[in-house]
Design a binder for this molecule. Structure first.
Ligand code: 6PG
Length: 223
């Protein structure tokens, strides 16, 4: 849906899911920061919720490129009643961090993890989480979290990412995308049928809802 302020709608969605005590995946990049700040201003009760990450850059937890650092500063550390936070450990290196996340997912959510709400962004190349066009991680069918040794975009550091099987198993998947530089990628990923080369077009929940929150600029090339 096209909204003047898509971040405000996403802040409401996050707060509602958190207050239901859900397992929520949040994402990195710059676009969600203001949505996180708004959710922090709601200061809902997140104490029953568990927050997971869609992907992480392999940097220390307080590094400016860390997705955790961004989410922590904008949202998590500001809540009076914070959630349990399951961080991807950027300081471990990609293989170890991916293995640790896979183990945590299986421990807390079992062999078929089903998140209540997954929030995703999208890059101008239509990457989602750290699933970049043409990379082998797109074809993972078994693991829920994998190492990404070579990122497709800046910052050029190894990553860890959730994979399509676990993203598409979620109850609700929401995208938050803003800006004219994303308009082409939005059109490729969210027309039917989607461009098979566009990773975001492969996010189609198996038995869940898909909502795409866009500003006018990002939606400008949609038919
Ligand atoms: C990451 C993200 C990534 C992000 C997009 C959009 O770690 O890079 O999780 O998938 O959502 O790159 O990022 P922007 O909002 O900065 O454009």
């Amino acid at each position: 849906m096209v909204l003047e302020d898509p971040g405000a709608a996403v802040a409401d969605r996050l707060t509602e899911a958190a207050e239901r005590g859900g397992h929520i995946v949040i994402t990195g990049g710059s676009t969600p920061r203001s949505a996180y700040a708004r959710a922090a201003a709601h200061n809902g009760d997140w104490s029953g919720a568990t927050v997971w990450f869609s992907d992480e850059r392999m940097v220390p937890r307080d590094h400016p490129d860390s997705n955790f650092a961004m989410a922590d500063q904008a949202l998590l550390s500001r809540l009076t009643n914070p959630p349990r936070v399951m961080r991807m450990q950027g300081e471990l290196g990609a293989d170890a961090a991916a293995g640790a996340y896979e183990a945590a997912l299986r421990e807390h959510l079992g062999g078929s993890p089903r998140f209540d709400l997954v929030l995703l962004g999208m890059g101008p190349d239509s990457h989602v989480a750290s699933l970049f066009p043409g990379k082998p991680e797109l074809d993972e069918t078994r693991r829920f979290a994998v190492a990404v040794p070579i990122a497709g975009m800046e910052p050029q550091v190894p990553r860890v990412t959730l994979t399509f099987p676990v993203l598409n198993a979620a109850h609700d998947v929401d995208f938050l995308v803003a800006g004219a530089d994303k308009a082409d990628a939005i059109a490729r990923a969210f027309t039917e049928p989607p461009d098979p080369e566009a990773p975001a077009g492969r996010v189609r929940p198996d038995h869940g809802s898909l909502l795409v929150f866009l500003d006018e600029a990002a939606a400008s090339r949609l038919q």
